[in-house]
Design a protein around this ligand. Structure first.
Ligand code: AMP
Length: 296
């Protein structure tokens, strides 16, 4: 009997510049990156699944093949009138900037008819993010949160990374309200302090943890780049210092891989502090490699 980790969100085509100036095509997206790293970190006792919507074109079929080849179970809705989103990375003097084509991506419809989360029962886990929420229309957001709430009532644990991206939201107040609404129905919240300080004005990682704990999250794991991770569980707190990274090449997916290792650890029954320390070690290796999906 395996437990299921179901990640929900958008996976896009990634166009990444290579050393010779040409572009390489891949697939990435915050919740998908988490699924990908979780699949690599998890043993046979954990099934990793990914829920999204795609088109029926060749690019969408390529994504489905990529999901399957990674050992992840696809939970896909097919929208023949749409295709998947795309982003392109531009390098200028070592700095990466991102351009997105995702306004009408199929993933925006992933919750349009969503009722129950597939295959999620007692002991399983559901993982989604603030980006998942941001790309959905208001009705889709409501449907997703209702489905998550039902899965939780059946005994699944819910993990949420606010992954705050103000540009994806119509306004800051709506963004903050949706993020807090999702956190309130989550068991585990995995924020990044820099984003939280900017969006909510938190003075310290402890303040971020207190705010999400106050909303109802039993466990809050506040990432802070190279700084200590602030872990709050029930009434206790711990600071976990990431090992110094031998080299920082590309911080893309640091938080996504971190989340993956925390969630796999919790599904395996590891103490949260141990799962967090292992997550720091994994994220430290990921930032030493180029690209969102680094086979570390
Ligand atoms: P972030 O989302 O940027 O806070 O990063 C997520 C996790 O990646 C952190 O909690 C660390 O474990 C790791 N990490 C990020 N940046 C660094 C760094 N410069 N050195 C070591 N670890 C890092």
């Amino acid at each position: 009997m395996s437990v299921r980790l179901l990640c929900i969100g958008e996976c896009m085509i990634e166009m990444a510049p290579q050393h010779d100036g040409r572009y390489a095509m891949g697939y990435a997206g915050d919740t998908f990156n988490t699924a990908w790293y979780a699949r690599r970190a998890a043993g046979p006792g954990i099934e990793v699944a990914y829920l999204t919507a795609i088109g029926d074109d060749a690019a969408s079929q390529g994504l489905e093949a990529f999901i399957r080849a990674a050992g992840i179970t696809p939970e896909l809705t097919v929208r023949p009138d749409r295709t998947i989103g795309l982003y392109l990375i531009t390098l200028s003097q070592g700095e990466r900037s991102f351009s997105y084509w995702r306004d009408s991506s199929a993933a925006r419809t992933l919750a349009d008819e969503l009722d129950d989360l597939p295959g999620v029962g007692p002991g399983d886990m559901v993982s989604f993010s603030g980006i998942t929420l941001a790309i959905l229309p208001a009705a889709g957001r409501d449907r997703l949160l209702a489905a998550v709430t039902r899965a939780r009532a059946r005994g699944a644990r819910v993990a949420f990374d606010p992954n705050i991206r103000p540009l994806l939201w119509p306004d800051a107040a709506a963004m903050r309200a949706s993020i807090m609404q999702a956190a309130a129905l989550s068991d585990i919240v995995l924020p990044s302090f820099e984003d939280e300080a900017a969006a909510f004005g938190d003075a310290t990682p402890a303040a971020t943890a207190d705010r999400y704990a106050g909303a109802g999250a039993a466990m809050v794991v506040v990432k802070n780049g190279p700084g200590p991770v602030h872990l709050r569980e029930g009434g206790t707190t711990a600071q976990i210092v990431p090992p110094p990274a031998p080299r920082v090449v590309d911080t893309t997916a640091a938080g996504d891989s971190f989340n993956a290792r925390v969630l796999v650890g919790l599904l395996r029954g590891e103490p949260p502090a141990d799962a967090t320390a292992a997550a720091c070690a994994l994220a430290g290796r990921v930032i030493g490699e180029r690209g969102a999906l680094a086979p570390v």
